[in-house]
Ligand binder design. Sequence first.
Ligand code: ARG
Length: 590
Amino acid sequence: MKNIVEQLAERLKTAFEACGYEERFGMISVSNRPDLCQYQCNGAMAAAKQYKKAPFQIAEEIAAQCKTDSMFGKIEAVMPGFINITLSNEFLSNVLSGMAKEEKLGCPALPPASVVIDYGGANVAKPLHIGHLRSAIIGESIKRIKRFMGDTVVGDVHLGDWGLQMGLIIEELRDRKPDLVYFQKDFHGEYPKEPPFTLSELEEIYPAASAKSKQDKEFLERAHRAVLLVQNNDPAFNALWKHIMAVSLPDLRRNYDNLDVHFDVWKGESNVEPYIKNMIDDLEKRGIAYESQGALVVDIAEEKDTKELPPCIVRKSDGAAIYATSDLATILEREKLYKPDQYIYLADKRQELHFTQVFRTARKAGYIKPETKTDYIGFGTMNGKDGKPFKTREGGVLRLEYLLKDVEEAVYGKIQENRTMDENEAREAAKKIGLAAVKYGDLSNQASKDYIFDVERFTSFEGNTGPYILYTMVRIKSILAKYTEQTGVKPDAAITYTNRDYSVSETELMLAATRFSDMLVRAAKELAPHKICQYIYDLSNAFNSFYHENKILVESDAAKQAQWIALILLVLRILETCVELLGFEAPERM
Ligand code: ARG
């Protein structure tokens, strides 16, 4: 389905041509004076220069050309040469019923692309931190948006499962339980199936080991050596590594499930170990990488750079693989498996240099095609009310489940105030609304910006919040249910509207609904879920003004009432689609 701007532009172009001007002047934009008109064409002004005529005269000719066209309710030339356009009711209502007939509500089919999105990044055995929460929320939304637009998307959690934390945990374990078979040089039997620690022990071991490594150099060195042994598949350390993974992964999965974040691929840095040796050899042999102070590096600086960019280290001087090594090897694997047209990575904005280094090295080495898109979405920090990185009640790093619980409790408290539902339903609703509060609170900000996590504000049922959007949806659902109850008619969004005058709030709501596809195309192109939030906030406001102005359920004109019902059903479907793309859903009641 062509959007309104395209349809109008097509018509205006024909008009410019028919009047003897180049058709390119028929450009349309949404009006910046919504009090005067809905759309405008400024082409007469540009044409005036070329044809040495008064702009107003040209505008008048164009308006006269279009006047009788059923698209336009009003089309007029205004000084100095604008063409102001208001759509006819017939046209506007046809656009809406056209949208309603399509599963994707009028979204155009764009050429499908294959996309890999890397948006988990949780580190095994380390507590999830706020960055991982943001990455999961934003990445999940972008994945859903891309899919909706018809792309084939693979979402990979890309766990940090290969890093120093593994060495630290292993060496701390050695200090605590030196008798374990894993630490006995002469042990050649089979390693135990049971892990030598529980999840809560593991959660305590890592912070202790990390603190110790800051005081104790010898300990840190041991940990580094242990990492190397894990990477080189030492049987004992490999067995320990597997235990760490087995204990940690189910917990991570549970955390992501609670967020309604779902990965197609559960791989990590460790999975690409088999690619590393060949890759390093290849980079060295082709002279792309060279040795510098014992490490192996690739120059990535380019002339256009405004600041000096250091080379990408692909192997440390002790021979260990590092962050960039595994990211490059991961690109090799992804090229082999998916050959994507686009890579999208989410990580906090302090990792910008790392991704510049990795992308440029991959291009320089020819691991990705020149036309392959590489996007890195560097997001800002989630701060507490004190403006510092968010801490939980206990002052510790984030335990995601505590954070979600806190928000859920706050919502539950609000639902309790005017309670009409039983305990179960209230708990279920609080869960959905709480998740919406957290996700919307995050996604309504441009990703790169820092924002303040404010439970009070995020859970408010009024203002630019997730719960406000859900509340609007619930309100529409309730009107639709009552309508069916009263009339026995099932709401239908695709009806043909009868021609009549629309009130201002009604027209506003109709226009807001028609903007859905344009908005979504833009959000997908710019990888910007905050555009969806902005849009549904506007749409909800437009609905609520309409609702307060019109008594839908007591309207005596049945045809008019059916149109209103059709309109709000369409609005509901748009809102449902949008919140689904943001990663949450509405309860039945709230
Ligand atoms: N594990 C990393 C971290 O915690 C994030 C990983 C982001 N993805 C990537 N392919 N580097 O900072």
